[in-house]
Design a protein around this ligand. Structure first.
Ligand SMILES: [Zn+2]
Length: 126
């Protein structure tokens, strides 16, 4: 089982786009969508990472319906936690090799990159 995480900028009316409220990234690449699949095998890594944060209770599902602005700080904090707790988190690598510290950190960085580029992205998580 896995989480399916998406983030895509909300479509705005043409008028709002003209008013300059559009996402700069989307102007060049309409509806660029982030799509990430993350295995439940790394749930214990997220439990540690999100402890004491807004995502403590719901984990990755807590990202659902959050906007770029709301999620950016959480994801940045998660990346920082991963980078500073490498040994501790690597020890949680699943024995069946399905999911890993390295792969998860890559996904978090991919999310962060998308959020920085797409200011109006909204998360979906199933
Ligand atoms: Zn965008």
């Amino acid at each position: 089982m896995s989480w399916q995480i998406t983030a895509m900028c909300v479509s705005l009316s043409e008028l709002e786009q003209l008013a300059g409220k559009h996402c700069v990234g989307c102007l060049k690449k309409p509806q660029e969508k982030l799509e990430i699949t993350e295995t439940y095998n790394v749930a214990s890594m997220f439990e540690l990472t999100f402890k004491g944060t807004k995502l403590e209770e719901d984990g990755l599902r807590g990202l659902r319906n959050l906007t770029s602005a709301e999620a950016k700080a959480e994801i940045q904090a998660a990346v920082t936690y991963f980078e500073t707790h490498r040994e501790q988190l690597t020890a949680l690598n699943p024995p069946n090799k399905w999911g890993s510290y390295e792969a998860t950190l890559k996904k978090l960085n991919k999310m962060l990159k998308h959020l920085k580029k797409h200011n109006l992205a909204v998360f979906g998580v199933t």
